[in-house]
Write a protein that binds this ligand. Structure first.
Ligand SMILES: *Cc1c(COP(=O)(O)O)cnc(C)c1O
Length: 376
């Protein structure tokens, strides 16, 4: 935890659960990515954490933004982002929202199907468009496969058609899956993109851009290579497949920019044992799947957890949230151990919780408010 967050919690003692985000850490992560990938243009994936303070700070630093809806477009424009730095990256858009974005000045759009391309041709004529291709997402802890993208051969046809439909066929995108643990995953995807550049060049269409999506990690349980190693793997893949004729590169980080910059402070509501021969304590927190920890679904994202002020010997626990839904269990299969001295009312910290927490909270299931975010 950063010293600034520790001081904020000590001095302000906010109600729990709450998410505290250190903007300086996000700025540092952004600077790091610029240093490691100097050729890439960085589009922050707003959905990871849409706090206005984060948008303003990254805008001030010169970032661009990957947005998925009218709401996210409005958020960016209201916080000073000019529309030329927005990419409408969702492949599933209503035609009226495309028209709205186009009239607001957005001129860069994603698609992955013939129908979506037809909508873009009607509602955003002349815009730059890129086609998202299917990739397997093997090795990702939060995969984004199947739902998005089309086969590269189909993407070639669609981009060819895009030109005839009055659009500017600009490039190719993919997302190798969020919290990707395998640095080798970018190579195949970049190779497929390079193949599409060649196939379309033969049709006299010169693609210019490769959008390598997100996938860079935050620091959860388990060790992964640093972001600089991910950046190296990406650049190796691009130079291997494109040689000297490098395309424009776009990267859309979400998790790796904001994940490690935030912690959720929560409180133990109840500790119970259930008899029988399991012997594990059940520890119920005031934060759960519905008010901030949605990514514990299927125990996919395994947060690091701290119990400040409580040490000594530890024992296995099942961790659960406070609502009356039995799906609101955080970790039951994954082994978590917490101090035996832990008591009701103790603070529990969920570390690296800056991404996909506040924005995934329900509006008020069971009367529990969505988690409050403090940006400091
Ligand atoms: C969610 C998303 C991202 C961000 O992915 P991370 O793994 O969080 O970096 C980037 N691009 C698109 C299109 C997305 O949907």
């Amino acid at each position: 935890m950063s010293a600034r967050i520790a001081r904020f919690l000590a001095e302000q003692t906010p109600e729990t659960p709450c998410l505290v985000v250190d903007l300086n850490l996000i700025g540092a992560a952004y600077d790091g990515l610029r240093r490691y990938l100097p050729l890439a243009q960085i589009y922050y994936a707003v959905k990871a954490n849409p706090a206005a303070e984060i948008v303003r700070m990254l805008n001030w630093k010169g970032a661009s933004f990957d947005v998925a809806s009218r709401g996210e477009i409005g958020l960016c424009l209201e916080n000073g982002v000019t529309p030329d730095r927005l990419s409408f990256g969702n492949t599933i858009k209503k035609e009226k929202d495309i028209a709205h974005a186009y009239h607001a000045g957005v001129k860069l759009f994603a698609f992955d199907s013939a129908d979506e391309l037809a909508k873009l041709a009607r509602a955003a004529p002349g815009s730059r468009v890129f086609c998202r291709i299917l990739v397997t997402c093997d090795g990702a802890e939060w995969p984004l496969s199947r739902k998005f993208g089309c086969a590269p051969e189909m993407a070639v046809e669609l981009l060819h058609h895009a030109r005839d439909a009055g659009l500017d066929p600009y490039g190719v995108s993919f997302h190798v899956g969020s919290q990707q643990t395998d640095l080798g995953q970018w190579d195949g995807a970049v190779g497929a993109a390079a193949g599409m550049f060649s196939a379309l060049a033969a049709l006299d269409i010169n693609l210019r851009m490769v959008n390598i999506g997100g996938g860079f990690p935050a620091h959860y349980s388990g060790e992964l290579p640093g972001v600089e190693h991910y950046a190296q793997a990406v650049m190796r893949a691009i130079t291997r497949h494109f040689g000297n004729d490098l395309p424009e590169i776009i990267i859309e980080p979400g998790r790796s920019l904001v994940g490690d910059a935030g912690i959720i402070q929560s409180e133990v509501v109840l500790i119970s044992e259930k008899g029988g021969n399991d012997g594990r304590r059940w520890v119920y927190l005031d934060v759960g799947k519905f008010n901030g920890l949605a990514e514990t679904m299927d125990e996919s994202i395994k947060y690091r957890i701290a119990t400040p002020g409580r040490g000594g010997s530890a024992g296995p626990v099942v961790l659960a949230g406070p609502t009356c839904d039995s799906a609101d269990i955080l970790y039951e299969k994954t082994e978590y151990c917490l101090p035996l001295a832990l008591r009701v009312g103790d603070k529990v910290e969920i570390l690296s919780a800056g991404a996909y927490t506040a924005s995934y909270a329900s509006v008020g299931f069971n009367g529990f408010e969505p988690i409050r975010t403090y940006c400091i």
